[in-house]
Design a protein around this ligand. Structure first.
Ligand SMILES: [Mg+2]
Length: 112
């Protein structure tokens, strides 16, 4: 199984969870793609950040076109905090949305 995980607002907010999750999933035979909408050419910075978190992975992809990349690669799961990246994904891609202050109203108890 191929699994995409966003960095900012996702791994960056729950590094301990994703450290354990990515390790376990890779040991189970999954491929972990860290897919981030950072400026082009920042793969080294991303790798350094992931190393700091202790998060292991197979591929780093820097792209603003996450949906297209995920479709092209046949990735089956995406963890992300931003709806925009879910919209154009095929129906059979499982989506796990990370809750943050900017996408969830904790007073009204609903998604923004
Ligand atoms: Mg994000």
């Amino acid at each position: 199984m191929k699994i995409a995980v966003d960095l900012d607002g996702t791994i960056s907010e729950y590094p301990e969870f994703f450290r354990v999750f990515c390790k376990a999933m890779r040991e189970a035979g999954c491929r972990i793609y860290v897919v981030t909408d950072r400026p082009e050419g920042t793969e080294d910075v991303v790798a350094e950040q992931l190393e700091g978190y202790g998060v292991t992975y197979d591929v780093i992809k820097v792209t603003g076109e996450k949906s297209r990349y995920i479709s092209e690669e046949g990735i089956e799961v995406l963890f992300d905090d931003v709806d925009e990246y879910f919209r154009d994904l095929p129906e059979d891609v499982a989506v796990f949305k990370v809750r943050q202050k900017y996408n969830f109203d904790f007073v009204r108890k609903n998604w923004i």
